[in-house]
Design a protein around this ligand. Structure first.
Ligand code: GDP
Length: 368
């Protein structure tokens, strides 16, 4: 599955947010075997109202949402990479995530110490980013000499790696995160896999999470607006959330949540917005499998072809893929389910080249 790491300076509300999110997610998916894998790793169900609609049309017994994993990555402080370096555990944790959420403190509270002495989310983002850039610089400088040696010996793969490493090094030495290289069009499609394989911390997509005071949850505040401006300029995502409110939501019985959210002028828990922003950032979409037993959501990236999409369910589905009976979500619902869609000629037989679309209801045919 896809993983999003939560990083930030101490005392910005990471743990509060993480705990609230995983609790709320557990409650939202009450009939789903939810698990907190480790204290700092939580799987959250991706809220999707289409699941309910589909399950009604198909009279499914069960709804199974798809999931995103959040990892609370503690241990980033200013200067960490100059002193002892970022802890090994920190680096290991952050290397294995697909995207990074920077939690930025956008609330004032005299009782809670800010490590830099004042509230300045953009400066905080810089500190976080600088530490990650220094860690990348350090790891690349350690790796590049060996790769150069191999490249000189005629190793083609090594030659490609050296070129990519140098693109990253140039940016990092200039104080810029490696992910900019992609935006600048410096990484060709053929090189993308090797680029990702470098596993740089600053090449992962970034989501800014503005942790605001309770009163600003619906509107944002001046601090969060600064962050949103920066995010827009970078083509990154930003979400305004109040960890305190999420904490309160998590403690409320489900039936009281809607009213509580309404009094705050919110349509849904911050969790939902955070997950949707993560989805967008990672270019993720959802397809469905629907039947009397269950209605289930599956996550794939935009552009995934039918066999690979089937492989998310089971590798056998991908290996033995024959075709996919496909109905668009709107058709499925409008025509009252599978039979109705079939009768109206809206069930398509798609082959290996079919690019799965968001909302597709799929039934895979495969040979063992
Ligand atoms: P972490 O070090 O980033 O994990 O931060 P914590 O989640 O432990 O939060 C640090 C302190 O800030 C705790 O006392 C939280 O209750 C408090 N806190 C977190 N979010 C908010 C918020 O939105 N408003 C206020 N006033 N306090 C918050």
């Amino acid at each position: 599955g896809f993983k999003c790491g939560i990083v930030g300076l101490p005392n910005v509300g990471k743990s509060t947010l993480f705990n609230a999110l995983t609790q709320t997610a557990a409650a939202q998916a009450a009939n789903y075997p939810f698990c907190t894998i480790e204290p700092n790793v939580g799987e959250v169900a991706v809220p999707d109202p289409r699941l309910e609609t589909l399950s009604v049309a198909a009279k499914s017994k069960e709804i199974i949402p798809t999931r995103l994993t959040f990892v609370d990555i503690a241990g980033l402080v200013k200067g960490a990479s100059q002193g002892e370096g970022l802890g090994n555990q920190f680096l290991a944790n952050i290397r294995e995530v697909d995207a990074v959420a920077y939690v930025l403190r956008c609330f004032e509270d005299g009782d809670i110490v800010h490590v830099a002495g004042k509230i300045d989310p953009l400066a905080d983002a810089e500190i976080v980013e600088t530490e990650l850039m220094l860690a990348d610089l350090d790891s690349l400088e350690k790796r590049v000499a060996a790769a150069e040696k191999k490249a000189k010996g005629g190793d083609k793969e090594a030659k490609q790696l050296v070129e990519l490493m140098n693109i990253a090094l140039e940016l990092l030495r200039d104080g810029k995160p490696a992910r900019i290289a992609v935006r600048q069009g410096k990484i060709s499609d053929e090189d993308m896999k090797a680029w990702k394989g470098l596993n740089l911390l600053t090449s992962k997509p970034v989501l800014y999470v503005c942790n605001v005071d309770e009163g600003s949850a619906a509107t944002g505040n001046d601090f969060s607006k600064q962050v949103e401006t920066r995010a827009a300029a970078e083509g990154a995502e930003a979400v305004v959330i109040s960890a305190r409110i999420e904490e309160e939501i998590a403690q409320l019985p489900t039936e009281e949540r809607t009213e509580f959210l309404e009094t705050l002028g919110l349509e849904e828990p911050g969790l939902n917005r955070l997950i949707h922003a993560g989805y967008k950032l990672l270019h993720l979409i959802t397809y469905f499998t629907v039947g009397p037993k269950e209605t289930r959501a599956w996550t794939i990236t935009v552009g995934t072809r039918a066999p690979a999409a089937a492989g998310v369910i089971h590798t056998d589905f991908e290996k033995g893929f024959i075709r996919a009976e496909t109905i668009a979500y709107e058709d499925y619902v409008k025509l009252g389910g599978e039979q109705g869609a079939k009768d109206a000629g809206k069930m398509r037989l798609e082959g290996k080249e079919y690019v799965v679309q968001d909302g597709d209801v799929m039934h895979f045919r495969f040979a063992n």
